[in-house]
Structure formats: structure tokens, C-alpha cells
Design a binder for this molecule. Structure first.
Ligand SMILES: [Zn+2]
Length: 476
């Protein structure tokens, strides 16, 4: 394992400006104590500087997985984080949390091995019907999480009414609310009032319903279905049971759908309308509402039994227990849905590519996220590259993808003074590529070096790490 030198000099790299895609060949990048201190031609190296020959390398800021769950699920967290780093991920937004994690961080006791990406932001426990049963409880829950240091609150399985209660309190406290859109919610109202980011296109019908010419009927039907599905009676020990259930459900939430739900999806797909999608996009732009499509998570959920997933070479990293669980999820998917219903789910996924393209063309701000360590067939680290491919397939151009991975993540978090560009003063979290990422999005896969907090991991280091983790198979 490499250790961090006092100073590191990347020699003769081509530095890519994430703001406009311009490339500066023959550029040195000097890193001291984990921070970039100079960028320019032929820099002088202080004594003891470790040189890295970066000729033919494109240097970009490290990638950020803006929807991931490596923490708090037990399992081998260090291995998961290392696998993410080995794929070029130097930062992640943790999308679920608990009070133990928040308290540990507040006490300065939440530490990770050096070979880990940075924890950029973390919420408290997900907002569900259990901690938002009444308006008072929704408010109290948000207050409690913010007091414990949550960077944001995340809506998961809650009613649309309680969503607005929680949103109002979060905004009052100056903390963002992000997450899933409850079934039947007035999406434009949530956007206008300030949901900071919508994940998975809302999860469930969410945003797709708004792109339909029959939006109101579909939303009413979806709201009614959700009302029926949320349990109303709170029993002792239910929290634990529900948490265990949630962990199983999140592997593939589509498996909860009944025939009636798929029928509503079918109606939304059949009445999907590009002009409606453009109108909706204009609202998101005006409101400053971000999107994290997580197309890979959508694909593995909706096309769960696609044979390509079970044949994915990246499964070599996953623990045998996780693979057994995933195959079980596929078995339930097969049993639950008829071929016609599976075709409907696949069609709703196709619409999501159209939405991603139209949102991007309209200027909706989007981020790259995977839902790793929480979703069936989604391999931590590797899935970021799957997501890049799917967004490229949708029509998002290469420079925009690079921006979504780097600069936009910094803008979303309000941390452009420390990340998102290769400039003096920024954290030395970098990726080295052996081909031009602005010319072709596929070149974003060609990670031949990572710098994390000033430590350089060579291509050999990254390969050795991957092989070691594959041999150990402890990632889940
Ligand atoms: Zn998630």
C-alpha cells in the first residue's frame, strides 16, 4: 500500500478544465500535504518530492458517487470503500444514516482507512412512516437529526402530507431535504418549495407520472396505491422489523409492485409525452432542483432477470452470501411478474433514458449516483462506470458526464473551493486517465492512477487492490 509523501509532483500531464473541457498539455501538478499547491508548466519540486511521470495522462478531479450506501450496513465497509477508490471514486454522498454514525462523526471518531474515498455528506435515519407518522413527529424527527449533525434529511417511504411537513421544517432549519417522492405527491410543489435533489427519478412512478398526458389521473391512482401500502398501526419492535424489511425491499423495490401498480405504470408509459417532459424540465431548472437518475439502479430493478447481470465479471468482488441474496431477488421478480408486466417495466426504464436526455438538454442539473451497497446487481465502484455508460447511451455528452462526476458534485455540495477542479487550493483527489475523457465518455473508464488526499495509487496498485479484493470476496 502506498503511503502519503510530503509532496507529490505529477509531471507533464494534460490537465482537463472541468468548467469548459479545455486541455492543457505539458502541465505539472504539485501536491503538498494532501492539497494541490501549484498547477503549471515545469514546476520546481521541493526537496523530498515524489515525482510521477504523467506524460500521456489526462488529469481530472476524482470522481464522486453521489448516491451510495457503503456505511452502516455491517459487512466489510473497508473493502467496499477500497473497491470504490480503486475505480476512481474519491468522494461519495452516503444516502442512508443512523444516529450512531452521526454521533461518532460529531465526536471525531468516524474514521476510515486511508485508501477510502471521502465521506462528503450523510443524513440521519431515512424518513419513513415510522418516524413521520404525524405532523408533530415529522417535525421532531427532522429536528432531532439536524441536532445530531445530519447534513441533509432523506425522504424514503413516507406519505406526501408528511413529506411537506418535513420539508418545511428542514428548510426552516436551513438543511436540505432530498430523496424519493412519495406516491401521488404534487411534484412541482415539492420542487418549487425546495427539494434539493430527486433520486431515481422519484423512485416508483414519481417523475414519469409528470411526463404523462394523463398526469392527474395517474398521480391520483398512485397516491391511492401508496396510501393502501403504508402500515398505520405502530406495534412494539416494529422499527427493527421494518428496518430489516426495508433492507430487503431496497434491494429491488419493484418487487413490491402488484398487478394494479404495474397497470398504472403501463398507463404512464403509454401516455408518456416528450413535450410534457420538457415542460417539467423547465420547472426543475427554474427551481434549482437537482436529479440523480441512478439509471443502473433503475435498470437492475426493472430488468432484474436480464442474464447480463448474472454474467457480469465484476461480480467477482461480491461475497457469496450477497450473490445468493441477489439470485433470490431475481427469483422473486420472475415469480411475481408475467412477461407482459416485465415488458411494461422495461418500457418504463426506456422512458428514463429519454427523460435523462431531455433533462440534460434543458439544463437540469444532474449527478452520477449508483445506489451501491443497497441495490441488487450494483457492484460498488464498478457501478459508477456502468452509470457513465448508461447516461452516455441516453445522450449525455462526455464533457457533461465529466462535470457531473466532479464539478457539479462540488457545486451541489457548495464545496467548489476544495473540489471539482484541478487548481491550487483544491484537495488532491485526482484521477489519471490514459485517454481524453472529453473526446469520448468511454475514456472515463480508463483509470490508470488515483490520487487520494495526496497519496498516489499507480495502475499496478489499483490492479493489485482489485485482485486482492476479488480473491477475498468480502464486499457486500
Ligand atoms: Zn439509495
Amino acid at each position: 500500500m502506498p503511503t502519503r509523501p510530503a509532496a507529490l509532483l505529477l509531471r507533464s500531464a494534460t490537465v482537463v478544465d472541468t468548467r469548459d473541457g479545455s486541455r492543457r498539455p505539458g502541465t505539472d501538478v504539485l501536491v503538498q500535504d494532501g492539497v494541490i499547491t501549484a498547477v503549471g508548466p515545469a514546476l520546481a519540486a521541493p526537496d523530498g518530492t515524489v515525482p510521477v511521470d504523467a506524460r500521456g495522462r489526462y488529469v481530472v478531479p476524482g470522481f464522486n458517487d453521489m448516491h451510495a450506501h457503503p456505511l452502516g450496513r455491517g459487512g466489510d465497509v473497508a473493502a467496499t470503500l477500497e473497491l470504490m477508490l480503486a475505480h476512481g471514486i474519491t468522494g461519495y454522498r452516503q444516502m442512508s444514516g443512523d444516529f450512531d454514525l452521526l454521533h461518532a462523526r460529531a465526536r471525531g471518531e468516524l474514521r476510515f482507512p486511508d485508501a477510502s474515498p471521502a465521506l462528503l455528506a450523510m443524513p440521519g435515519p431515512l424518513l419513513t412512516m415510522l418516524n413521520t407518522a404525524t405532523p408533530e413527529q415529522a417535525v421532531a424527527t427532522v429536528r432531532e437529526q439536524v441536532a445530531a449533525g445530519a447534513d441533509f434529511v432523506k425522504s424514503a417511504a413516507m406519505s406526501k402530507e408528511r413529506f411537506f411537513d418535513a420539508q418545511a421544517e428542514a428548510l426552516r432549519l436551513g438543511v436540505p431535504i432530498v430523496g424519493h417522492l412519495p406516491g401521488g405527491i404534487d411534484v412541482l410543489r415539492a420542487s418549487r418549495l425546495g427539494i434539493r435533489s430527486i433520486e431515481h427519478f422519484g423512485s416508483g412512478l414519481g417523475v414519469l407520472a409528470c411526463c404523462s398526458t394523463e398526469e392527474h389521473d395517474i398521480q391520483r391512482a398512485a397516491g391511492e396505491r401508496q396510501r393502501l401500502s403504508l402500515p398505520k398501526i405502530k406495534m412494539p419492535f416494529m422499527d427493527k422489523a421494518v428496518n430489516a424489511l426495508m433492507r430487503r425491499v431496497v434491494l429491488n423495490p419493484v418487487n413490491l409492485n402488484k398487478a394494479e401498480d404495474v397497470a398504472i405504470v403501463d398507463r404512464a408509459v403509454r401516455t408518456y409525452d416528450e413535450d410534457r417532459t420538457r415542460e417539467l424540465a423547465a420547472h426543475f431548472v427554474a427551481d434549482g432542483t437537482w436529479h440523480v437518475p441512478t439509471l443502473i439502479r433503475q435498470k437492475t430493478s426493472k430488468l432484474c432477470d436480464d442474464p447480463s447481470f448474472a454474467a457480469d465479471p465484476d461480480l467477482r468482488y461480491m461475497s457469496p452470501a450477497t450473490l445468493r441474496t441477489w439470485h433470490g431477488v431475481v427469483g422473486r421478480f420472475r415469480k411475481r411478474f408475467t412477461p407482459e408486466q416485465r415488458a411494461t417495466l422495461a418500457a418504463s426504464h426506456r422512458a428514463e433514458y429519454d427523460m435523462a436526455r431531455i433533462f440534460d438538454e434543458a439544463g437540469v442539473r444532474m449527478l452520477v449516483g449508483t445506489d451501491s451497497s443497497g441495490a441488487v446487481w450494483v457492484v460498488p465502484g464498478a457501478a459508477l462506470h456502468d452509470e457513465i455508460d448508461l447516461l452516455a447511451e441516453a445522450g449525455v455528452p462526455p464533457l457533461r458526464l465529466l462535470q457531473m462526476l466532479t464539478l457539479f458534485a462540488a457545486e451541489f455540495l457548495g464545496t467548489t473551493d476544495s473540489m471539482g477542479t484541478v487548481e491550487a487550493g483544491r484537495n488532491a483527489d485526482l484521477v489519471l486517465l490514459d485517454a481524453d475523457p472529453v473526446a469520448d465518455a468511454a475514456n472515463l473508464h480508463r483509470v490508470v492512477g488515483v490520487v487520494r488526499a495526496g497519496t498516489h495509487y499507480s495502475e499496478q496498485d489499483l490492479t493489485a487492490t482489485k485482485d486482492r479484493l476479488a480473491a477475498a470476496r468480502t464486499v457486500d
